[in-house]
Design a protein around this ligand. Structure first.
Ligand code: SAH
Ligand code: SF4
Ligand code: F3S
Length: 499
């Protein structure tokens, strides 16, 4: 018998942490089916794009990747490569993908990912397209069928087995699927289906499994993670209690959660953050806008006053808490004054960081059906830059205050810059500036931000408050808690030396 080389899969992940987790689960299944991972899409037997639909730009990227894949296939004359589009865009844009992209063999929605091995086999055998989509919101699927599928999905989450490509330090655990909020701009409730909280016993055993495999940090995932509620045999578990249950997993060092929905955020979660040593002092609480008129139009269910109150409470109950936020600029009808209210909110909240997005109308959402996208792109772009500049100033000032202080970080691995240098395998002395060289931070005007040039041994880690810290250290630091003294700061990164 001759040794047949293993089949290879190329998997590209776009979008949010949910997709990162889904990709890990897909890869686990494929590994069990005899595939190994490659970073070369041209030669891979199976090419999968795990896609995102949240903004138009994310979908455009998928079409352009599919274009590249198609032309590579034509150039090489390859007929046997299988191409699959999986995740949110498969669910949202079935017609477009099937029509415009003959190279696509598989479509698989985020709630059908347990079927991937079956779909691949189907295509291999028949050379016909294989499709698994839920279309949950519009199609009347019989309850039994739905719960059978949910059971299979649960089995998939519980089957986790970390491959060589997984982080050695931190892992995600899903606590909810889907979303029922229907913010008027958002496509997620359509792509991921209705909100369902997973049984707490499943979440805890998954966390145990991961900690047993060496994970020190777990991040609980949900689109509105704080809305978690699960009732079984007459007993109801809410999110604060779930935190307590997961925190008790022996050996777990750090526990995080994203993303929180302000309108559902209750004080008991802040108390759990204060009282449970594992729960990190970090809260991602997207505001989306600082204007009540815009928030109402977005159907966000919170007001600016409520948001401010929540932030004040968070700072009072959890001293030193770091906050992150999301903002959409140029939503339908947003005036200069309303945008100025978002700027004001960012200024007074003093976030650690924010994510800013230009409003992108999504087919099928309420905003797209009922309202005209009336803020010109140039205006969106300007507001985007302006809001980010405000935050950059805040981050720089706040990070600057940490210079000279010691922080504790969980070391995740080599920094991106170090990895790039290591890939180049170039002797350190040969680089311009040498290993001790310094460059001034891009953001000028702050005299204390002398950023050391990255070396091949630059490691990266995060504080409990989710600050990114880089420093030079031995590989043996990876996966450990280390104390680092901060010596320089940019808006996004703290630089330090090991103590
Ligand atoms: N469930 C999370 C976020 C999901 S999407 C929450 O509710 O906070 C991540 C971010 O993308 C959102 O917070 C929002 O800021 C942004 N976003 C979602 N839909 C968008 C759209 N149509 N255009 C621009 N940004 C959008
Ligand atoms: Fe989208 Fe709103 Fe649900 Fe977040 S809460 S996923 S923004 S609908
Ligand atoms: Fe994108 Fe789907 Fe996540 S639309 S943001 S990948 S839930």
């Amino acid at each position: 018998m001759t040794d047949r080389p293993a089949k290879t899969v190329y998997l590209e992940t776009m979008g949010c942490q949910m997709n990162v987790l889904d990709s890990e689960l897909v890869l686990g299944q494929l590994r069990r089916a005899g595939y190994c991972l490659t970073d070369q899409f041209k030669t891979a037997d199976l090419v999968l794009l795990n896609t995102c639909s949240v903004r138009r730009h994310a979908e455009d990227k998928v079409y352009s990747r599919l274009g590249e894949i198609g032309s590579a296939q034509r150039r090489s004359g390859r007929r046997d490569q299988i191409v699959g589009v999986i995740g949110c865009m498969a669910e949202r844009d079935r017609a477009g993908l099937l029509e415009k992209c003959p190279q696509v063999d598989i479509l698989c929605g985020p709630n059908e990912l347990n079927q991937i091995p079956k779909l691949v086999l189907e295509v291999t055998e028949s050379r016909k397209r294989a499709i698994a989509l839920s279309d949950d919101r519009s199609r009347k699927i019989p309850v039994e069928q739905r719960s059978a599928q949910l059971d299979s999905l649960e089995a998939l989450d519980l089957s986790r087995e970390l491959g060589p490509e997984a982080s050695r330090v931190q892992a995600y655990v899903r606590v909810q699927r889907g979303c029922d909020k229907f913010c008027t701009y958002c496509v997620v409730p359509f792509t991921r289906g209705p909100e369902r909280s997973r049984p707490p016993s499943h979440i805890v055993s998954e966390a145990k499994l991961l900690v047993d495999q060496g994970m020190m940090e777990i991040t609980l995932l949900g689109q509105t993670v704080n809305s978690y509620v699960h009732t079984e045999n007459g007993r109801t578990v809410r999110f604060a209690e779930l935190l307590e249950m997961v925190a008790q997993v022996p050996g777990l060092e750090r526990l995080r959660f994203v993303t929180s929905f302000p309108a559902d955020f209750a004080e008991d979660i802040l108390c759990a953050m204060r009282d449970l040593p594992q729960v990190c002092e970090y809260l991602h609480l997207p505001a989306q806008s600082g204007s009540n008129r815009v928030l109402r139009d977005m159907k966000r269910q919170h007001t600016v006053e409520h948001y401010d109150e929540l932030i004040a409470k968070a700072r009072e109950i959890v001293p030193g808490i770091n906050l992150a936020g999301d903002f959409i600029v140029g939503f339908v009808g947003e005036t200069e004054d309303e945008f100025a209210e978002s700027v004001a909110l960012v200024e007074r909240t003093q976030y650690k960081n924010i994510f800013v997005f230009k409003y992108s109308p999504r087919p099928g959402t309420a905003a797209d059906r009922r309202q005209v996208d009336d803020v010109p792109n140039a205006v969106k772009r300007r507001r985007n830059t302006e809001l980010l500049a405000v935050q950059e100033r805040i981050s720089l000032a706040n990070n600057g205050k940490l210079i000279g202080r010691e922080v504790e970080i969980l070391v995740e691995g080599y920094s991106k810059a170090a990895e790039k240098l290591r890939r180049q395998e170039e002797p350190e002395e040969a680089r311009p500036g040498g290993p001790q060289g310094e460059t001034l931070a891009r953001t000028s005007g702050a005299p204390d931000t002398r950023i050391p040039r990255p070396t091949r041994s630059q490691l990266t880690g995060r504080t409990r408050g989710d600050q990114i810290v880089v420093y030079d250290g031995p590989a043996s630091d990876i996966g450990r808690l280390k104390r680092v003294r901060i010596t320089a700061a940019s808006a996004l990164t703290l630089h330090g030396t090991s103590v």
